[in-house]
Design a protein around this ligand. Sequence first.
Ligand code: GLP
Length: 233
Amino acid sequence: MEIEIFSTKKEASKRAFDIFSEALADGATVFGLATGSTPVDLYDYITASDLDFSQATALNLDEYYGLAADHPQSYATFMKENLFNQKPFKETFIPNGLATDVTAEENRYNEVIAAHPIDLQILGIGQNGHIGFNEPGASRDVETHLVELAPSTIEANARFFDHIEDVPTKAYSMGLASIMKSKKILLLAFGEAKADAVKAMVEGPITPDVPASILQEHDNVIVLVDDAAGSKL
Ligand code: GLP
């Protein structure tokens, strides 16, 4: 793992943008994307740039179970509003939150990933060390699956909804095994609330208690943090 610490989120996001641009220039065509507040500045840099993604493919990590793609809080809507409307990709994929045949949806998304091996995967990290929606305890061998969200994740994500009861309790997520297949991984973490998770991911033992710690075993991971998120390293 390569760790870079910046004094501000903005500077770290600019560095993330530069890594993204280099990957595109070097021939990357499949980008794994994340939602949440963390990558928003990166997406702002991308939309403000003249980078061309008309030949590129985007695969998102996860989607809330039970939300339609056009629901205001779906991750499909988040991606359109923050990136795809301004910067069209050739094709974009995200799990279908309304799919009720769970096995069929897991298989469908695994086939999407197999057909589009990810060149560069963007990740955030949850306060509990989750990546995608792989919560503590997640098996390293699992690919796309339906996850029961941890109470702390529901609480952390309640800020995007009117009431905590509106936050879905389940989500489809790429699994740790899917994420580990990415050729390169760029993880971003900002703010003091992420400091413990970042320390455990980087310096702690590789354990299912901290799903992000498995990234220590990947040979091409860059972690960009601001001072606050890196304060316990
Ligand atoms: C969410 C997402 C993750 C994201 C994380 C952190 O629940 N499923 O992909 O990285 O939590 O969110 P934020 O960036 O808003 O702190």
